[in-house]
Design a protein around this ligand. Structure first.
Ligand SMILES: Nc1ncnc2c1ncn2[C@@H]1O[C@H](COP(=O)(O)OP(=O)(O)O)[C@@H](O)[C@H]1O
Ligand SMILES: [Mg+2]
Length: 402
């Protein structure tokens, strides 16, 4: 039945990932998967509507064929340099004498927290609750039924350029799909890779794909900071191509198959790699170390950018659980080890939860955002339908929506 279907699309700069999930009696399973290269999405932004929607049609068809179902309105990830985020606070007076806080009061304080001077052309994507404060007492997650005089709410707001968002919606309708909701890529990836304990302790999540590095920081269980940085695997590939004078396709192969990051303690592989030259028949022979040096200088630069962003956020000292790295670049050998060295915090690869994926294909950091999107959608539908039994396993997600 169509009301139990969830369709999501992760608009990556390297590939479009389309998933169809089905929910039956509180259990969800991913029953359709479509993955196609996305040449016309550049750093999260649609640069060619026709090509992007053609790719979307292909991805949708793959997922529909596999599942035997027709896609429902889609949840879509957003990323790109047009995304801004900030923390804001709303305040309302409950009553002079103090009385019980109602759902109505929550709505009022949310409205107040949403009031901010947006740049022209910016649209709000998320208003995510961080904490409620009653008469100066913070750390409250659900104040309904508590008594107080003054209610404050701290929120994390994520906005995006209305034209960039419009173009995505247009692309979706051109592909014959209905649109449901935008979800920031960093938030989406964090849902499938980061544990509740890590969020309580303080943790950063970096989803680094081909064109963007999407960062989100949790502290005391709440979203503290998020940012999109214009960095990703395509920069490493371009440098390999440029440095070795080989084609971009060959550079991508070399990076994936032989690329590694030099770390303080890692072994340096010996030997040489044979590769295609542009327009020439004879092969090019390159020592491993040379590939490692090119890859490493770019990776170090990327990680310095992350370090700067974390320091700027003010939370670098508040993430003892370290950084979880996901997205395709997390597959690069030595990347997480080097991250730990440069950022001076623990680091691990973020693999997405796979307890409801029926296929092993999705068991890779490249699918963290799309699987997180399914989780977001499930929780969102549950809230809409007001069916508390809908998805038992995701109680930790509830805070985001209450
Ligand atoms: N084994 C690997 N080693 C190094 N980089 C990889 C590997 N596998 C994928 N990548 C890189 O990851 C990126 C794609 O990751 P993905 O998260 O799917 O990106 P996007 O979401 O932007 O489409 C590409 O830049 C690709 O080169
Ligand atoms: Mg991605």
């Amino acid at each position: 039945m169509s009301e139990n279907l969830i369709s999501v699309v992760d608009l990556g700069s390297s590939s479009l990932k389309f998933l169809i999930a089905e929910e039956t009696e509180g259990n969800a399973s991913i029953i359709g998967v479509g993955i196609v290269p996305s040449k016309s999405i550049n750093k999260g932004v649609v640069v060619d509507l026709n090509k992007a929607s053609e790719a979307l049609v292909q991805a949708k068809k793959q997922a529909e064929n596999m599942s035997g179902k027709k896609a429902s309105p889609v949840y879509v990830t957003v990323s790109g340099a047009h995304i801004y985020s900030l923390n804001n606070k709303g305040v309302v007076i409950i009553s002079k004498e103090g009385r019980e806080i109602s759902q109505e009061d929550i709505k009022r304080v949310e409205e107040s927290a949403k009031v901010l001077l947006l740049q022209p052309n910016q649209r709000i994507i998320h208003v995510l609750p961080r904490q409620f404060i009653i008469d100066g007492q913070g750390g409250i997650r659900n104040p309904v039924g508590m008594s107080g005089i003054k209610l404050e709410e701290e929120v994390h707001i994520i906005t995006g350029s209305s034209t960039a968002l419009y173009n995505i919606e247009k692309c979706i309708s051109m592909a014959g799909l209905d649109f449901d909701t935008f979800v920031a890529q960093s938030l989406s990836s964090s849902l499938s890779t980061v544990s509740e304990q890590e969020k309580e302790l303080g943790v950063a999540l970096l989803d680094i794909g081909a064109g963007t590095g999407d960062l989100i920081v949790y502290s005391n269980g709440n979203i503290a900071h998020s940012a999109v940085l214009p960095i990703g695997g395509e920069y490493i590939t371009k440098d390999v191509a440029f440095g070795l004078r080989i084609s971009l396709d060959e550079a991508e192969n070399v990076k994936k198959n032989y690329g590694f990051v030099l770390t303080n303690r890692g072994e340096i592989p010996q030997g040489e790699v044979e590769m295609e030259r542009i327009g020439l028949k004879d092969k090019l022979i390159v020592p491993y170390t040379e590939i490692g040096e090119i890859v490493s200088s770019r990776v170090d630069e990327i990680l310095e950018g992350i370090r700067l962003e974390l320091m700027k956020s003010g939370y670098w000292n508040s993430i003892p659980a370290g950084i979880v790295i996901t997205g395709g670049c997390a597959l690069l050998k030595g990347f997480t080890e080097r991250a730990s060295e440069i950022l001076e915090i623990p680091s691990r690869v973020g693999l997405p939860r796979n307890d409801f994926a029926l296929t092993n294909i999705l068991n890779s950091p490249e699918y963290s955002a799309s699987i997180g999107l399914v989780m977001y959608a499930l929780e969102n539908e549950k809230t809409l339908k007001r069916r508390p039994e809908f998805w038992k396993g995701l109680s930790w997600l509830k805070d985001l929506f209450e």
